[in-house]
Design a protein around this ligand. Structure first.
Ligand code: NAD
Length: 301
């Protein structure tokens, strides 16, 4: 059993923290929303009145927050009058940030932690809310080998695949690369299927052909974007559930920001980003990202 503080009990953090409790850890949590804290207490956890109160006597802090500014505020503070958690944790503590954030913030927090003798890993996740509930998330970890090894057993209580991508910030980079590729694959798959349908093909037949041909990919085979082609996909459920267009747009924004910093050439990522942004701006941000299929038929030139 480990004493853990968990900050951020949202759609992902709530079930992740509950899985830590189920695994026998002593977990004290803080969130700005009282209802989330109440739910966590009914799952067997302990609620704290602030993030600072939550870290009292713990060995490990885990955070699952919306964006880089929240993570920087939590760990580094919000100005001279408000110290961050790093200034209040004893040397030898371990910090695991699982939020999906910009690489620069992840590296900055990692460096500040190292300067204080605190272990740090960025450990963004893949697998969505269903994976968070089932404890089957993939964790993509950046940090020193010794920090990774320390985090691994705790992450195993919340996930199935734990990858070590490299040094601090590498987890965020790997996650961005994956999601940028996913956006390109989904847009390309939707585009090809739409063209086939408009030329009289049955999307199921065309999907079967392409799955056994060189166009095979995850979006086509596992997460087909055309309604009715596969059971159990968001496309066959009015694009409800799954991975929202708004979240894909957030991740693409982070990916393009990182590409700019490294002067990387990402024309496909930029094109996919424009498509998903236009789709979100048209009022579909809350739909699953495979609904980009509808964007093609809704936006004829
Ligand atoms: P969410 O908005 O549901 O939860 C964030 C929680 O953080 C909220 O409960 C909010 O009250 C809390 N919070 C914000 N600032 C805080 C502070 N200073 N102190 C304490 N609590 C604070 O978001 P989510 O869907 O749980 O996502 C969390 C992170 O995981 C994001 O970075 C997101 O990009 C990433 N992610 C989400 C999914 C998904 O499918 N939802 C999948 C993979 C990764």
């Amino acid at each position: 059993m480990t004493n853990i503080a968990f900050i951020g009990l949202g759609n992902m953090g709530g079930p992740m923290a509950a899985n830590l409790v189920k695994a026998g850890h002593q977990v004290t949590a803080f969130d700005l929303v009282q209802a989330s804290l109440d739910e966590f207490v009914s799952a067997g956890g302990q609620a704290a009145a602030s993030a600072l109160a939550a870290i009292a006597g713990v060995d490990i802090v885990i955070s699952m927050l919306p964006a880089g500014k929240h993570v920087a505020g939590l760990y580094l503070g919000n100005g001279a009058d408000q110290l961050g958690l790093l200034d209040n944790l004893p040397k030898g503590s371990l910090v695991i940030d699982s939020s999906t954030i910009d690489v620069e913030t992840a590296r900055k927090v990692g460096l500040a932690a190292a300067q204080r003798g605190i272990d740090f890993v960025d450990a963004p996740v893949s697998g969505g809310t269903a994976g968070a509930k089932a404890g089957t998330l993939s964790f993509i970890v950046g940090g020193e080998q010794s920090c990774f090894e320390r985090a691994q057993p705790v992450l195993e209580a919340m996930g199935k695949n734990i990858f070590h991508a490299g040094d601090a910030g590498a987890g965020q980079i790997a996650k961005m690369c994956n999601n940028m590729l996913l956006s390109v694959l989904m847009a390309g798959t939707a585009e090809a299927l739409q063209m086939g349908v408009e030329n009289g093909l049955d999307p199921k037949v065309l999907s079967d052909i392409m799955v056994k041909s060189s166009g095979r990919n995850w979006a086509l085979e596992i997460y087909n974007p055309v309604p009715g082609v596969m059971d159990g996909t968001p496309a066959s459920n009015n694009y409800q559930g799954g991975f929202m267009v708004d979240l894909m747009n957030k991740d693409l924004g982070l990916a393009l920001g990182a590409a700019q910093s490294s002067n990387s050439n990402v024309p496909m990522g930029q094109q996919a980003s424009q498509l998903f942004k236009a789709h979100g701006d048209a009022g579909h941000g809350g739909l699953d990202f495979s609904s980009i299929y509808q964007h093609y038929s809704n936006n004829k030139v």
